[in-house]
Design a protein around this ligand. Structure first.
Ligand code: F6P
Length: 376
């Protein structure tokens, strides 16, 4: 089907995740082959739009990338409104808008997580035609059933939890497996459920270490002298959760710039301290249960390698739906997954929101039913 030839741009921003290349291919093949548009990739996130670093996406560039991990475009966490240029932080929003106009690029497709949705909304409000796709292994982008990257990371983390069982069992140990997710516990909860972790700790449910120790002691009493603890990066004790919540309240109340800066420094210091949380938790559990403990931090392994079939499908579905929206000139939206369909959601409804695990979510309830300790 031939339509008016449009030139569109595409970029990947934020942390990478499996399925990005499948999405680039989905948008690209539909835009180029099906609708007859031109498509240009910008390198390393929003920075590529400023430095005019491009990758022309033609049939051969789009070929063979469905199954590859990472992003052929490169990515960065640069924000258009706060970009470091020659050592100075500058607002480059206007530069991006003017560049796109000058280059005749009608619309930019941004593939990213929560931060990217916010950056895209700012650009849209400044007059740039934008469409976003949701990607993140954290699964926390609002207003979409799913984000690509999550399904693959879930498989990887589940396999890790599976593998840890036999070694924990052999040595009668506690193994504390740290899984990605600073603010949302989907990945840890999913991998913990699928992998049969004995304890699952997520940011949405602050824990009490004595409750966890007691659950582990009970397992030992019933003959299971080992335990797997799946802990999200951002999970925290009730005490730490109260300290963070109070600092965040102080930030909301801060009136002057100096007050705000001071509270922000305080929060940054708390975050640095929290980085050692998993190690401290394992040590604490060892003291309380007298079972030897070990820590496994899965880290970026969860973001690497070939995307799962589920992520390839999702990325292709959302990518091709995105091309349809470009043809219809429907901008300022994220292409969300709704059951088997894809639908546009205004960026205003997505940006700045997070999809957290609700307290009574069915995954949480299922975990409780199989007597997994959630630390509360
Ligand atoms: O947001 C995705 C994510 O993988 C988080 O789960 C993790 O905390 C973070 O990115 C790590 O980011 P970076 O790649 O910058 O270390």
């Amino acid at each position: 089907m031939a339509t008016k030839a449009k030139c569109i741009g595409i970029l990947t921003a934020g942390g990478d995740s499996p399925g990005l290349n499948a999405a680039i291919r989905g948008v690209g093949k539909a835009a180029l082959g099906f609708y007859g548009m031109r498509i240009v990739g910008f390198r390393d996130g929003f920075r590529g739009l400023i430095e005019n670093r491009r990758l022309e996406l033609d049939r051969s560039t789009l070929s063979g990338i469905l199954t590859t991990g990472g992003t052929i475009l490169g990515t960065s966490r640069d924000k258009p409104h706060r970009m470091v240029i020659n050592g100075r932080t500058r607002d480059m929003t206007g530069v991006i808008r003017d560049n796109l106009k000058k280059w005749g690029i009608e619309c930019v497709v941004c593939l990213g997580g929560g931060g990217t949705q916010k950056n895209a909304l700012r650009l849209h409000q400044a007059g740039v035609n934008i469409i976003t796709l949701p990607k993140t292994i954290d699964n926390d982008v609002a207003m979409t059933d799913a984000s690509f990257g999550f399904a693959t990371a879930l498989d990887i983390a589940t396999e890790a939890v599976d593998r840890l069982h036999s070694t924990a069992h052999s040595h009668h140990r506690i193994i504390v497996a740290e899984i990605m997710g600073h603010r949302a516990g989907w990945l840890t909860l999913g991998a913990g459920l699928a992998g049969g972790a004995d304890v699952i700790l997520i940011p949405e449910i602050p824990y009490d270490v004595e409750t966890i120790a007691e659950a582990i002691r009970q397992r030992s009493k019933h003959g299971s002298n080992f335990s797997i603890v799946a802990v999200a990066e951002g999970a925290m004790s009730r005490h730490d959760a109260r300290v963070f919540a109070s600092a965040e309240r102080n930030l909301e109340r801060a009136k002057t710039l100096n007050e705000k800066l001071e509270v922000k420094r305080e929060i940054a210091a708390l975050e640095v301290r929290h980085q050692g949380n998993t190690l401290r938790l394992a040590r604490h559990l060892e003291e309380l249960t007298h079972l030897e403990s070990r820590v496994t931090i899965l880290g970026h392994v969860q973001r690497g390698g070939t995307p799962s079939a589920a992520d390839r499908m999702l990325a292709t579905r959302l990518g091709t739906a995105c091309a349809d929206l470009i043809v219809a000139g429907k901008y300022g939206v994220m292409v969300a997954a709704r059951g088997d369909d894809a639908e546009p959601v205004p960026l205003e409804k997505v940006a700045g929101k997070r999809k957290s695990v609700p307290p009574g979510h069915s995954w949480v309830e299922s975990a409780r039913r199989v007597q997994t300790c959630l630390g509360d």
